[in-house]
Design a protein around this ligand. Structure first.
Ligand code: ZZB
Length: 258
């Protein structure tokens, strides 16, 4: 399985646990199969209780992900020594909550790390980029945070990190309009990020139809089909240093909500 790793740059000043890394470039890295949706990123998800590590890549940059993902990268010639991870910090998700990031392609200049409780530790990097316009899981988790001040304060998330961020229309899908995840969420009357079965159904609904019939709305790609722009947009980000390719060994269960 080939993922695009989206490099979300941590803005200084760094939090306590990373303060010794001042001056170094640090990225939270999110694995996605949907590089063409990066125009609609509104935030980055981390799980408050998952363990993450910060480690040095061969070009000197620092990446943050689960240990499992770091080990995969160490076998993909991304670290200095094959198979070895140069760990510079051990973190819990909560240590990196509410941090400002700069992410490629999105119209929001600064986006924040926010809590998502359905993140799977054994998939991708454990860091997930959020596109609430096109991902029902992301829209549901964002709605949960927007509606519940207590949920925000529990994880030390400030209003300004959540409330100004709205789904961005980036892809038009017949029958679903230009915010397909919102349409599916409303249609199935989804209540929260824990509505597993309905979210799986919503994802199914928008995924296939989006891939085959979705048309881009964003500047430079207007009217083009999703399946035709995936590669060029991935390439554009790789060339500009906003993304790298990342392989995940095949596993039986690859579904986010199964
Ligand atoms: C951006 C994005 C935009 C995503 C979208 C989806 C959608 P799949 O297809 O089941 O393999 N993801 C990645 N890692 C994790 C994790 N550890 N825990 C939970 N979710 C994770 O799922 C791949 C997608 O699951 C990835 O692509 C990522 O969200 C999320 F418009 O990134 B995606 C209809 C889906 N739309």
């Amino acid at each position: 399985q080939e993922y695009t790793l989206i490099k979300m740059k941590l803005l200084e000043p760094y939090p306590a646990k990373l303060s010794s890394l001042a001056g170094k470039k640090i990225f939270l890295v999110a694995a996605t199969l949907r590089p063409e949706t990066m125009f609609g990123q509104t935030n980055c998800w981390v799980h408050p209780d998952i363990k993450y590590i910060a480690y040095q890549m061969k070009n000197g940059e620092i990446f943050i992900s689960t240990h499992r993902a770091a080990r995969n990268m160490a076998y993909q010639e991304m670290t200095a020594t094959q198979g070895e991870i140069d760990i510079v910090a051990e973190l819990k998700g909560q240590d990196i909550m509410g941090l400002p990031l700069s992410a490629p392609l999105t119209c929001y200049q600064v986006i924040y790390t926010l809590p998502m409780l359905t993140i799977k530790e054994d998939k991708g990097t454990g860091v997930v980029t959020s596109v609430p316009s096109d991902s029902p899981d992301d829209y549901a988790a964002l709605c949960d945070l927007k509606r519940k001040p207590l949920f925000r304060s529990k994880y030390n998330v400030q209003d300004k990190m959540v409330l100004p961020f709205e789904p961005v229309p980036i892809i038009e899908i017949p029958d679903f309009g230009n915010l397909s995840a919102v349409a599916a969420y409303d249609k199935l009357k989804i209540q929260s990020q824990n509505d597993k079965d309905k979210l799986a159904e919503a994802k199914e609904m928008v995924y296939l139809k989006g891939f085959y019939e979705g048309k881009m709305l964003v500047k430079g790609y207007e009217g083009q089909r999703v399946q035709d722009v995936k590669k060029p947009i991935q390439q554009q980000m790789v060339v500009n240093g906003g993304a790298v390719l990342y392989m995940e060994p095949e596993r039986k269960v690859m579904s986010r909500s199964a």
